[in-house]
Structures are given as C-alpha cells and as structure tokens.
Ligand binder design. Structure first.
Ligand code: G3P
Length: 217
C-alpha cells in the first residue's frame, strides 16, 4: 500500500520524505489556501521533494479551462498528477489527459458509480473521500470495498486512493480491503508508528542498558 501525504506544508513533506516511507503527495485548493503561499511555487517545491506523484488540482469548472490549467501545472515537474473533480467536465478532461499519457487523479468521489466512470475515463487514481461520508452518517469504508470489487471485476488499472482519511483505523480498514493508496495528514502517518507499549518497552530496555555501563562502538 502506498502512503501519500495530504498537505501543502513543504517542511512536513520534507521530513516525511526523509523517512523513505513517503510515496507521493496530494494537495487541494483548501490546503493551498491554508499554506498561505503561491500555488505554483508550492507545487514546484513539493514536486522536487518527492519522486512520487504530486496531485495538483485544477480550479476551472469547464473542460477547456481544466485542460488549459493542466498545461500550466504539468510544467511544474515530471511527477505532477492532474487532479480533476468528479463531474462530467472533469471526466472529459481526464479522458483527454490520460489518452495523452498524463497522470490524473479524479477527486471528490462519493459513490461507486462515480468511481466506475473515473476508471472508464482512464484515471490513474480515483479519490473516494471516506471521512466526509462518515461525517454525514454513511460508511466511507463500504465505498472503498465496493470500488475494490468493481475494479477487480473488470481489471481496471485505476488505483484506489483513499482520501479524507482522519485516523489510523481508516488506514487499517483500507489496507484490509486492498486499497492501493491512502493519502493522509502527516499527523496520521506519524500516528501509525506509535504504540504506548513500544514507548514503554523502549524506556525499559534503555534503563536496563544504562545499568550495564556499556556502549556500542
Ligand atoms: O485531499 C482531499 C481530502 O483528503 C480532504 O480531506 O479531511 O478535508 O475531508 P478532508
């Protein structure tokens, strides 16, 4: 399973990239606004921090405008993945971009039928938002399971990129279903490594080691 960081915070991305565990980055207009920085500058910087796909989202709502913006975004790095909304205009742009070999991520997916359309449009990734479905009382993870079944039924290559991930439990459930990617806030990636018994066990080992008076050299 690939791990993407869902952030536009370049310091956070650099520190996660240094672990060797980061496979890519996703951004959206809200994350760019939160960074307070120039969109194109941030994306260019992120693209240089990781070799993995970096999703940069268009803001036009018509296909022609989306394709025009995609041309600008593609120049920011060889690993740029054009993120498009799951609308008919976005799917049309997705088909045109995938036909020419450009990486695409179709976002704001909330139903399995939408995911089916994204696959038919040749999307490299589809982004179902589990947390936002949970927020309205639906089961986000059921959507991931449904998409997995459909994509496997027809051997679609589109990767299921689980988005709107809020907790380590979301990551665990998505991994059990066989989702291809989870994109998550850096805090969730770091939380995956944490267990209180690991901390407690390490403290005990270090205490006992100190009693030996030895060093490893
Ligand atoms: O990048 C899209 C997605 O991950 C947003 O998550 O927490 O705003 O629903 P959230």
């Amino acid at each position: 399973m690939k791990f993407f960081a869902d952030t536009a915070d370049t310091a956070d991305i650099a520190s996660l990239a240094a672990t060797g565990l980061l496979d890519g980055v996703t951004t959206n207009p809200s994350l760019i606004a939160k960074s307070g920085r120039n969109f194109l500058d941030v994306i260019r910087e992120i693209a240089a921090l990781t070799p993995g796909p970096v999703s940069a989202e268009v803001v036009a709502t018509d296909t022609t405008g989306m394709l025009r913006e995609a041309e600008v975004l593609k120049k920011l790095g060889s690993n740029i993945c054009i993120k498009l909304p799951l609308t008919l205009a976005g799917l049309t742009a997705c088909k045109a971009l995938s036909d020419e070999g450009t990486m695409t991520n179709v976002t704001l997916c909330f139903s399995a039928n939408q995911a089916l359309l994204a696959a038919k449009a040749g999307a490299s990734f589809v982004s179902p938002f589990v947390g936002r479905l949970d927020d309205i009382g639906q089961e986000g993870m059921q959507l991931i399971a449904d998409i997995r079944t459909i994509y496997d039924n027809y051997a679609f290559d589109t990767e299921i990129l689980v988005a709107s991930v809020r907790t380590p439990t979301h990551v665990l459930e998505a991994a059990k279903i066989g989702a291809d990617v989870a994109t998550m806030p850096p805090s969730v990636i770091r939380a995956l490594a944490h267990h209180p018994l690991t901390d407690k066990g390490l403290a005990a080992f270090l205490d006992d080691w100190a009693k030996t008076g030895q060093t490893i050299a």
